[in-house]
Write a protein that binds this ligand. Structure first.
Ligand code: DGP
Length: 121
């Protein structure tokens, strides 16, 4: 099966190297880069190389790749020193406009380096 891409998608362009980003992690199926508008000292976006509009569509069509996002997040959290016994980090998958999704290519936010609050806004 050929993985879908969208030539007009911002995150597809980052994944292919056509738009610059600060890449922190790469695998065969995922790319991770620093968020342009960080909401925490560490704010990394982990995306699939294939284009799906949100995490639900990714999970339905490429469940193995969806799992790879979480594995990449785990490795990034360790590399960024967020996984200590008193540490922690938040993984966020905004799905749909009402959840504040603004880029419609599935992405997992990894946020850490400060104490988080609950409930999320
Ligand atoms: P969301 O609101 O969940 O769709 O998150 C989209 C995130 O993408 C938001 O936190 C800002 C980030 N972002 C948007 N455009 C760019 C860009 O061109 N480069 C980078 N590195 N991040 C971007």
């Amino acid at each position: 099966m050929t993985s879908p891409t969208d030539p007009d998608c911002l995150f597809c362009k980052i994944a292919s190297g056509n738009i610059e980003a600060t890449i922190v992690h790469e695998s065969e199926t995922t790319v991770a880069f620093r968020d342009l508008n960080p909401q925490a000292p560490t704010h990394v976006l982990v995306i699939p190389r294939s284009h799906y509009p949100n995490a639900a569509a990714l999970a339905e069509n490429e469940p193995a790749t969806a799992a790879h996002l979480f594995d990449a997040a785990r490795e990034i959290a360790a590399e960024e020193g967020l996984d200590g016994p008193d540490g922690g980090y938040r993984m966020v998958l905004n799905t749909g406009p009402a959840a504040h999704q603004s880029v419609f290519h599935a992405h997992l936010h990894v946020l850490g380096g400060r104490t988080m609050t609950w409930p999320p806004g």
